[in-house]
Design a binder for this molecule. Structure first.
Ligand SMILES: Nc1nc2c(ncn2[C@@H]2O[C@H](COP(=O)(O)OP(=O)(O)OP(=O)(O)O)[C@@H](O)[C@H]2O)c(=O)[nH]1
Length: 402
């Protein structure tokens, strides 16, 4: 899929920076994008995006210093400067893209407030679908961040065609602060979503037996709402099986796709031994099961998903049509809906990876928690307004006739 990424705010900007770096590393031109921020210093921290594609907004209001976790101001700045934003997007070129993907951390101010506004305008102006990748904060970041995320997310689900969520709290290790984990978490995000969004592009390593095209990704996400992604990676494929390409010498991360499919990790991902000589399709089914049953970008009840997409990426010698078909049937038996699409994506890698997109999920505990928190906060505001109103009356002051 040809994707136009827009990174809104600091987290969004860093993610888009990494998506574009990944694309460049692959020698691909599937991804392009711009980054937007209200803080000048955050834009300066971007590494791979040319200066002309870094847009500073809100200069009159916040003078390049950011909106300081105030997402109402974030939304206002975006609305006031929407024409400047759309011009920057048009300048970068949109004629051949399949979708827009707006990335943002939803707990802050700029991305949290700005991304729903941007999604609304993108949908109004362009025909292509508009997806959001929303990072939700860990509870330890504080109540304000959770409230911002709840508010942003409930708007975003109405403005974007689908919101694919990554939950920081589910991904940080025990004892690790969220901030110190950012770099690692961003790699996890870009690895999963990179395979997903790139599916349907012709790979220079050939055409898979069951090619997924961009319309299948779009149809999977069509139901809207919130989606989550699962991922699993095999053990390293021995050199002989991989046409001598498993590049443990030149690159211990699995060939050209180093950092893209990833490498064996100690505890984050479940692994299957692809090299054991067992039946190829059984191994693919095993990988797909582990992707769906393992840690999802947003932990949720997978059985409530309305649609799913199964992608298997790896060297052509390890891809197997029957395995993908059987995996799709297994996913179909385990989710609420019956629409399960899937295919393979040949790449030069020392690993096989499975990505399962669970679209339009019905239940995720962290989302429920955020919504309840927002409801409580709203009730608190109403109560405190009533209290101050009563107090003023007790003092004999009627605010209306003061
Ligand atoms: N995974 C991940 N999450 C991040 C990262 N940076 C920030 N976040 C998350 O995103 C939320 C918003 O942070 P920022 O992106 O810095 O906020 P912003 O949109 O720039 O808004 P302001 O700084 O308030 O103007 C934080 O509360 C974190 O939950 C990152 O690099 N990776």
């Amino acid at each position: 899929m040809r994707v136009f990424f827009i990174g809104f705010g600091q987290a969004g900007g860093k993610l888009v920076d990494m998506f574009l770096a990944q694309d460049r590393k692959l020698g691909s031109t599937s991804f392009r994008g711009i980054v937007i921020n209200t803080a000048r210093t955050d834009l300066m921290g971007i590494k791979n995006i040319p200066m002309e594609d870094r847009l500073l907004i809100g200069q009159t209001m916040v003078k390049g210093h950011g909106v300081g976790t105030d997402n109402v101001t974030g939304a206002k700045v975006a609305a006031d400067e929407i024409d400047t934003i759309i011009s920057a997007i048009d300048r970068r070129g949109t004629h051949d893209i399949d979708a827009f993907v707006v990335c943002a951390g939803l707990g802050g101010g700029t991305g949290s407030g700005g991304s729903p506004v941007l999604c609304r305008h993108l949908k109004r102006i362009y025909r292509e679908p508009v997806y959001a990748v929303g990072v939700i904060p860990a509870p330890e970041e504080g109540r304000l961040y959770s409230l911002n995320a709840a508010r942003s997310l409930s708007t975003l689900v109405n403005e974007a065609d689908n919101v694919i969520v990554f939950d920081n709290s589910a991904w940080k290790n025990d004892g690790e602060s969220v901030k110190s984990a950012y770099e690692r978490l961003n790699e996890e995000i870009v690895r999963r979503f990179g395979v997903l969004f790139r599916a349907g592009e012709v790979s220079k390593y050939g055409v898979g037996e069951m090619v997924v095209d961009s319309s299948e990704i779009i149809n999977t996400l069509r139901g809207g709402g919130i989606s989550s992604v699962g991922y699993a990676i095999s053990e390293a494929i021995p050199m002989a099986k991989n046409g001598g390409k498993s590049s443990s010498k030149k690159d211990n991360n699995g060939g050209l796709l180093s950092g893209i499919l990833g490498k064996k990790e100690k505890k984050a991902e479940p692994h299957v031994d692809i090299a054991s000589g067992e039946d190829k399709s059984a191994k693919i089914i095993g990988l797909v099961r582990r992707a769906m049953l393992g840690r999802l970008t947003l932990p949720c009840d997978y059985s409530t998903a309305e649609r799913a997409l199964v992608l298997v990426a790896g060297p052509p010698s390890e891809l197997d049509r029957k395995g993908v078909e059987k995996s799709k049937s297994w996913v179909e038996e385990n989710i609420a809906g019956v629409e399960v699409r899937g295919g393979d994506y040949p790449v030069d890698s020392g690993y096989v990876a499975a990505v399962v997109l669970l679209a339009t999920i019905g239940d995720a505990p962290r989302i429920r928690e955020l919504m309840e928190l927002a409801k409580e906060a709203k009730e608190e505001v109403v109560r405190s307004r009533e209290r101050s109103h009563t107090a003023m009356f007790e003092d004999g002051v009627d605010p209306l006739f003061e």
